[in-house]
Design a protein around this ligand. Sequence first.
Ligand SMILES: O=C(O)CCC(=O)C(=O)O
Ligand SMILES: [Fe+2]
Length: 225
Amino acid sequence: MLHIPGVLSREQVADMRRRLDESQWVDGRATVGTQGAKVKQNRQLPETSPLGLELGQIILTALAGNPLFFSAALPLRTIPPLFNCYAGGEHYGAHIDGSMRRIPATGQWVRTDVSSTLFLCDPDEYDGGELIVTDQYGEHEVKLPAGDLILYPSTSIHRVEPVTRGARICSFFWTQSMVRDDMRRSMLLELDQNIQSLRARLGDCPEMVGLTGHYHNLLRQWSEV
Ligand SMILES: O=C(O)CCC(=O)C(=O)O
Ligand SMILES: [Fe+2]
Protein backbone atom coordinates (compact mmCIF):
# COMPACT_ATOMS: atom_id res chain seq x y z
CA MET A 1 0.00 0.00 0.00
CA LEU A 2 1.27 3.46 -0.76
CA HIS A 3 0.06 6.97 0.13
CA ILE A 4 0.74 9.46 -2.68
CA PRO A 5 0.22 13.03 -1.45
CA GLY A 6 -0.83 15.98 -3.61
CA VAL A 7 -1.88 14.16 -6.78
CA LEU A 8 -4.30 17.05 -7.34
CA SER A 9 -3.75 20.64 -6.21
CA ARG A 10 -6.16 22.33 -3.77
CA GLU A 11 -7.51 24.39 -6.71
CA GLN A 12 -8.13 21.30 -8.83
CA VAL A 13 -9.94 19.61 -5.94
CA ALA A 14 -12.08 22.70 -5.24
CA ASP A 15 -13.04 22.94 -8.91
CA MET A 16 -13.95 19.24 -9.08
CA ARG A 17 -15.97 19.45 -5.88
CA ARG A 18 -17.92 22.44 -7.16
CA ARG A 19 -18.86 20.56 -10.31
CA LEU A 20 -19.54 17.23 -8.55
CA ASP A 21 -21.79 18.91 -5.97
CA GLU A 22 -24.18 19.82 -8.80
CA SER A 23 -24.13 16.42 -10.49
CA GLN A 24 -26.59 13.51 -10.61
CA TRP A 25 -25.48 10.42 -8.71
CA VAL A 26 -26.85 6.92 -9.40
CA ASP A 27 -26.91 3.66 -7.39
CA GLY A 28 -23.33 2.38 -7.09
CA ARG A 29 -24.41 -1.20 -7.76
CA ALA A 30 -24.36 -0.34 -11.49
CA THR A 31 -20.64 -1.19 -11.78
CA VAL A 32 -20.29 -4.25 -9.58
CA GLY A 33 -20.80 -8.03 -9.78
CA THR A 34 -23.39 -10.01 -7.79
CA GLN A 35 -21.24 -10.58 -4.70
CA GLY A 36 -20.23 -6.91 -4.41
CA ALA A 37 -23.81 -5.74 -5.02
CA LYS A 38 -24.98 -7.44 -1.81
CA VAL A 39 -22.65 -5.33 0.35
CA LYS A 40 -22.41 -2.13 -1.69
CA GLN A 41 -24.52 0.83 -0.69
CA ASN A 42 -23.29 4.10 -2.17
CA ARG A 43 -23.78 6.38 -5.15
CA GLN A 44 -21.63 6.99 -8.21
CA LEU A 45 -21.53 9.09 -11.34
CA PRO A 46 -22.70 6.94 -14.27
CA GLU A 47 -19.77 5.41 -16.21
CA THR A 48 -20.84 7.38 -19.29
CA SER A 49 -21.26 10.71 -17.48
CA PRO A 50 -19.60 13.47 -19.59
CA LEU A 51 -18.61 15.26 -16.35
CA GLY A 52 -17.04 12.08 -14.97
CA LEU A 53 -15.12 11.50 -18.20
CA GLU A 54 -13.85 15.09 -18.22
CA LEU A 55 -12.77 15.06 -14.57
CA GLY A 56 -11.32 11.57 -15.01
CA GLN A 57 -9.10 12.88 -17.79
CA ILE A 58 -7.74 15.57 -15.47
CA ILE A 59 -6.86 12.82 -12.97
CA LEU A 60 -5.18 10.66 -15.64
CA THR A 61 -3.11 13.68 -16.75
CA ALA A 62 -2.06 14.33 -13.14
CA LEU A 63 -1.08 10.66 -12.71
CA ALA A 64 0.94 10.69 -15.94
CA GLY A 65 3.10 13.46 -14.42
CA ASN A 66 3.47 11.78 -11.02
CA PRO A 67 6.78 9.87 -10.70
CA LEU A 68 5.73 8.12 -7.48
CA PHE A 69 2.55 6.74 -9.06
CA PHE A 70 4.60 5.53 -12.01
CA SER A 71 7.23 3.90 -9.86
CA ALA A 72 4.68 2.19 -7.59
CA ALA A 73 2.04 1.13 -10.12
CA LEU A 74 4.23 0.66 -13.22
CA PRO A 75 1.01 1.42 -15.10
CA LEU A 76 0.20 -0.10 -18.46
CA ARG A 77 -3.45 0.98 -18.68
CA THR A 78 -5.82 2.71 -16.26
CA ILE A 79 -9.60 2.64 -16.62
CA PRO A 80 -11.32 6.05 -16.86
CA PRO A 81 -11.63 7.11 -13.20
CA LEU A 82 -15.05 6.73 -11.56
CA PHE A 83 -16.52 8.90 -8.78
CA ASN A 84 -18.42 7.82 -5.68
CA CYS A 85 -20.26 9.43 -2.80
CA TYR A 86 -21.21 7.98 0.60
CA ALA A 87 -23.53 9.78 3.06
CA GLY A 88 -26.29 8.98 5.55
CA GLY A 89 -24.79 5.66 6.68
CA GLU A 90 -23.81 4.50 3.20
CA HIS A 91 -20.92 2.04 3.13
CA TYR A 92 -19.32 -0.72 1.11
CA GLY A 93 -18.87 -4.04 2.91
CA ALA A 94 -15.89 -6.40 2.60
CA HIS A 95 -15.26 -7.34 -1.03
CA ILE A 96 -12.62 -8.02 -3.62
CA ASP A 97 -12.55 -6.00 -6.83
CA GLY A 98 -13.38 -7.88 -10.03
CA SER A 99 -10.21 -9.05 -11.79
CA MET A 100 -11.08 -7.88 -15.30
CA ARG A 101 -12.83 -4.69 -16.39
CA ARG A 102 -13.57 -3.20 -19.79
CA ILE A 103 -12.91 0.39 -20.79
CA PRO A 104 -16.47 1.34 -21.84
CA ALA A 105 -15.48 3.54 -24.81
CA THR A 106 -13.12 1.03 -26.46
CA GLY A 107 -14.11 -2.37 -25.06
CA GLN A 108 -10.45 -2.94 -24.19
CA TRP A 109 -9.84 -5.28 -21.25
CA VAL A 110 -7.90 -4.12 -18.20
CA ARG A 111 -6.65 -6.61 -15.61
CA THR A 112 -7.04 -4.94 -12.21
CA ASP A 113 -3.65 -5.22 -10.52
CA VAL A 114 -3.65 -1.96 -8.57
CA SER A 115 -6.67 -0.17 -7.01
CA SER A 116 -6.63 3.55 -6.25
CA THR A 117 -8.83 5.85 -4.21
CA LEU A 118 -8.25 9.58 -4.70
CA PHE A 119 -9.83 11.60 -1.88
CA LEU A 120 -11.79 14.71 -2.89
CA CYS A 121 -12.93 15.57 0.68
CA ASP A 122 -10.88 16.44 3.74
CA PRO A 123 -11.18 14.10 6.76
CA ASP A 124 -12.94 16.76 8.88
CA GLU A 125 -15.82 17.01 6.37
CA TYR A 126 -17.27 13.62 7.37
CA ASP A 127 -17.29 10.98 10.10
CA GLY A 128 -16.67 7.33 9.31
CA GLY A 129 -15.93 6.40 5.70
CA GLU A 130 -12.51 4.89 6.43
CA LEU A 131 -11.20 2.62 3.70
CA ILE A 132 -10.04 -0.55 5.44
CA VAL A 133 -7.63 -2.73 3.48
CA THR A 134 -6.72 -6.18 4.78
CA ASP A 135 -3.42 -7.86 4.00
CA GLN A 136 -1.27 -10.56 5.59
CA TYR A 137 -0.23 -8.12 8.35
CA GLY A 138 -3.77 -7.15 9.35
CA GLU A 139 -6.16 -4.27 8.68
CA HIS A 140 -5.03 -0.84 7.50
CA GLU A 141 -7.30 2.17 7.96
CA VAL A 142 -7.08 4.95 5.39
CA LYS A 143 -8.60 8.45 5.46
CA LEU A 144 -6.53 11.02 3.58
CA PRO A 145 -6.57 14.77 2.87
CA ALA A 146 -8.31 15.94 -0.31
CA GLY A 147 -6.02 15.56 -3.32
CA ASP A 148 -4.13 12.57 -1.86
CA LEU A 149 -4.30 9.04 -3.24
CA ILE A 150 -3.99 5.58 -1.71
CA LEU A 151 -2.76 2.82 -3.95
CA TYR A 152 -3.28 -0.80 -2.87
CA PRO A 153 -3.06 -4.22 -4.48
CA SER A 154 -6.35 -5.24 -6.10
CA THR A 155 -5.76 -8.72 -4.65
CA SER A 156 -6.71 -7.47 -1.17
CA ILE A 157 -10.09 -7.61 0.53
CA HIS A 158 -11.26 -4.14 1.55
CA ARG A 159 -14.32 -2.20 2.72
CA VAL A 160 -15.54 1.35 3.34
CA GLU A 161 -17.02 2.03 6.79
CA PRO A 162 -20.43 3.75 7.06
CA VAL A 163 -20.37 7.55 6.71
CA THR A 164 -22.30 8.86 9.71
CA ARG A 165 -21.88 12.64 9.17
CA GLY A 166 -21.36 14.71 6.04
CA ALA A 167 -20.42 13.14 2.71
CA ARG A 168 -17.33 11.31 1.46
CA ILE A 169 -16.61 12.02 -2.21
CA CYS A 170 -13.76 10.22 -3.95
CA SER A 171 -12.54 9.08 -7.31
CA PHE A 172 -11.61 5.42 -7.66
CA PHE A 173 -10.06 3.42 -10.49
CA TRP A 174 -7.99 0.41 -11.45
CA THR A 175 -4.69 0.02 -13.22
CA GLN A 176 -3.18 -2.89 -15.08
CA SER A 177 0.49 -2.94 -14.18
CA MET A 178 3.37 -3.90 -16.41
CA VAL A 179 4.33 -6.13 -13.44
CA ARG A 180 1.41 -8.33 -12.39
CA ASP A 181 2.91 -9.78 -9.21
CA ASP A 182 2.37 -7.65 -6.05
CA MET A 183 5.63 -8.80 -4.44
CA ARG A 184 7.76 -8.08 -7.52
CA ARG A 185 6.10 -4.69 -7.96
CA SER A 186 6.81 -3.71 -4.36
CA MET A 187 10.42 -4.96 -4.61
CA LEU A 188 10.94 -2.78 -7.69
CA LEU A 189 9.49 0.25 -5.89
CA GLU A 190 11.77 -0.29 -2.91
CA LEU A 191 14.83 -0.73 -5.13
CA ASP A 192 13.96 2.37 -7.14
CA GLN A 193 13.47 4.49 -4.01
CA ASN A 194 16.75 3.32 -2.50
CA ILE A 195 18.64 4.02 -5.72
CA GLN A 196 17.11 7.49 -5.93
CA SER A 197 18.03 8.43 -2.38
CA LEU A 198 21.56 7.01 -2.76
CA ARG A 199 21.98 8.94 -6.02
CA ALA A 200 20.95 12.17 -4.24
CA ARG A 201 23.69 11.52 -1.65
CA LEU A 202 26.49 10.12 -3.79
CA GLY A 203 25.82 11.17 -7.39
CA ASP A 204 26.33 8.89 -10.37
CA CYS A 205 29.29 6.73 -9.28
CA PRO A 206 29.93 3.45 -11.19
CA GLU A 207 28.03 1.45 -8.54
CA MET A 208 24.97 3.66 -9.09
CA VAL A 209 25.11 2.92 -12.80
CA GLY A 210 25.32 -0.78 -11.96
CA LEU A 211 22.37 -0.64 -9.56
CA THR A 212 20.27 1.35 -12.04
CA GLY A 213 21.12 -1.26 -14.66
CA HIS A 214 20.05 -3.97 -12.24
CA TYR A 215 16.67 -2.23 -11.69
CA HIS A 216 16.04 -2.02 -15.41
CA ASN A 217 17.15 -5.58 -16.05
CA LEU A 218 14.73 -6.83 -13.39
CA LEU A 219 11.93 -4.73 -14.89
CA ARG A 220 12.79 -6.12 -18.33
CA GLN A 221 12.55 -9.68 -16.92
CA TRP A 222 9.30 -9.16 -15.05
CA SER A 223 7.26 -6.77 -17.22
CA GLU A 224 4.61 -7.71 -19.76
CA VAL A 225 3.36 -5.03 -22.17
O1 LIG B 1 -14.56 4.26 -2.07
C1 LIG B 1 -13.50 3.65 -1.98
O2 LIG B 1 -12.52 4.10 -1.38
C2 LIG B 1 -13.34 2.27 -2.57
C3 LIG B 1 -14.47 1.86 -3.43
C4 LIG B 1 -14.37 0.41 -3.75
O3 LIG B 1 -13.80 -0.37 -3.05
C5 LIG B 1 -14.94 -0.07 -5.02
O4 LIG B 1 -15.69 0.67 -5.68
O5 LIG B 1 -14.63 -1.22 -5.38
FE1 LIG C 1 -13.38 -2.16 -4.09
